[in-house]
Design a binder for this molecule. Structure first.
Ligand code: C2O
Ligand code: CU
Ligand code: CU
Length: 483
């Protein structure tokens, strides 16, 4: 098939990475640059909370800037790109149906685009990959928050370079709350100790010897995605977190470029899952293993009740999605250390938020996911096409209609597929228990179908693989929502 000009441009980028990429990419996979780390010797950091101001906007102002952070033991100076110069960025705590304006100032040397992942936003506030904030400029994003309360996250979405930008640190959490949920008296809620509603932001990195992040540009990284050999939680490598002997709520976000986690606790205790990507579940779900592909979230409670002070529980990754023979990342992700007792009057109610299954679909769309080679380098196709902002694969998505989207993975890699604007219901048997989702893992060889109702402001929205190296090269396409 003939390649568009746009596709040729992209391949030019693939063949000769620009200065922007080269700057962070001196070390390739296999460079023994990552630091030795003694696990659990550093404490978990909690990103600062931002409560949006009331009244006229902007209600939150963030500045994307270069800074340094103490990530590597003995070094204070790992360069990062962060929202307010921090990785992860501040946790924005919004309220349902209270629209806010977030002003984003770009003080970075490259263009960026800020996407609220999981947000039901209009097309001009969605962080479309080509809706760029050039260096020195700013943009106001409007977030209506007219959706079910959930754990969302915001991250960079600049065309072609989302991978390196996310890797440099452009990501933060965004939590929507509401009175209904407050009154459930969940652990970490406003009727409880709010410090026990804890963000856990998982990501993996390779490092250069000078302590900087090493973004891999090998063919292997285009195939598997950028996989690190050190795992961080909230920007701290293998941290320790001190908890009271009671129930604690965690918002787990897989903010890794490509890594899939299967989380387990060494004491065999379950994660009590309250919510998934887009909302609370109908009822709490007890899982001893928690799988999170890139961009997926889980809202969980871990119950440390009855554990004696000094008890240690390690959270491990038991995923085999990267063959063990080639995975240089540790299995231990973080440790919980019970260091105190604390009263616990919070509850885990038997029912949370009911979910009504969506009705019959008016339209079926098929997305075939395949791998290709162009100019000798691996690329990823949706229906045989690379991303082109001038083309939309799915047009005439009718306002308010329910559609069935079928992802057929005819490739040797797994693809976490994500649709902007909507929350969907997974149709495959056994996966429906995951509630409202915006990202679903489509394993190699599998077909996964999701149903969504498309409402919102008419316009162009993207859908893509959230292995961000796949996304950049160029497993992304668009749909047109009609008025
Ligand atoms: Cu989190 Cu379009 O992505
Ligand atoms: Cu998104
Ligand atoms: Cu993919």
């Amino acid at each position: 098939m003939p390649l568009s000009r746009r596709e040729l441009l992209k391949l030019g980028l693939l063949a000769a990475p620009g200065a922007a990429l080269g700057r962070y990419a001196e070390a390739q996979v296999g460079d023994p640059g990552s630091p030795p780390v003694i696990p659990f010797t550093r404490q978990l950091r909690i990103p600062p909370n931002i409560t949006p101001s009331g009244g006229g906007g902007p209600n939150v102002t963030l500045t994307m800037s270069e800074s340094t952070q103490a990530i590597v033991p003995g070094r204070p100076d790992t360069p990062i790109w962060g929202y307010n110069g921090q990785y992860p960025g501040p946790t924005i705590r919004a309220r349902r149906n209270q629209s806010i304006v977030v002003r984003q100032i770009n003080n970075l040397p490259e263009s960026t685009s800020v996407h609220l992942h999981g947000g039901h936003t209009g097309p001009t506030s969605d962080g479309h990959p080509n809706d760029l904030i050039t260096p020195g400029n700013q943009k106001d994003y409007t977030y209506p928050n007219s959706q079910l309360p959930a754990t969302l996250w915001y991250h960079d979405h600049a065309v072609d370079v989302t991978g390196p930008h996310l890797y440099m640190g452009l990501a933060g959490m965004y939590i929507i709350g509401e009175t209904f949920e407050d009154n459930l008296n969940l652990p970490g809620g406003p009727l409880d100790d709010v410090n026990l509603d804890v963000p856990l932001f998982l990501s993996d990195r390779l490092f250069n010897r000078d302590g900087s992040f090493a973004y891999p540009l090998t063919d292997e990284a285009l195939i598997r995605g950028a996989l690190g050999d050190r795992i961080m939680v909230n920007g701290v490598i293998q941290p320790n977190f001190r908890v009271p002997s009671r129930k604690v709520r965690f918002r787990v976000v897989n903010a890794s470029n490509a890594r899939i986690y299967d989380l387990r606790l060494t004491n065999g205790a379950p994660f009590i899952q309250l919510g998934s990507d887009g909302a609370l579940l109908p009822a709490p779900l007890s899982r001893t293993s928690l799988r999170l592909a890139p961009a997926e979230r889980a809202d969980v409670v871990i119950d440390f009740t009855g554990m004696t002070i000094g008890t240690m529980v390690v959270m491990r990754n038991v995923s085999r999605s990267v063959p063990l023979s080639m995975d240089r990342a540790p299995r231990e992700i973080m440790r919980f250390e019970v260091d105190r007792t604390q009263a616990d009057t919070s509850v885990i109610p038997p029912a949370l938020r009911p979910i009504t299954p969506l009705g019959a679909a008016a339209q079926t769309r098929v997305a075939n996911l395949t791998r290709g080679v162009v100019n000798g380098r691996p690329v990823w196709f949706i229906n045989g096409k690379l991303y082109n902002p001038g083309q939309s694969e799915f047009t005439m998505v009718a306002q308010g209609s329910t559609e069935l989207w079928q992802f057929n993975n005819n490739s040797p890699q797994d693809h976490p597929m994500h649709i902007h604007l909507v929350q969907f219901q997974v149709q495959n048997p056994g996966v429906g228990e995951n509630g409202w989702k915006d990202t679903v893992l489509v394993p190699s060889g599998a077909t996964v179908s999701v149903k969504a109702q498309f409402t919102g402001t008419a316009g162009t929205y993207v859908f893509h693989c959230h292995n961000v190296e796949h996304e950049d090269h160029a497993m992304m396409n668009q749909f047109e929502l009609m008025a």
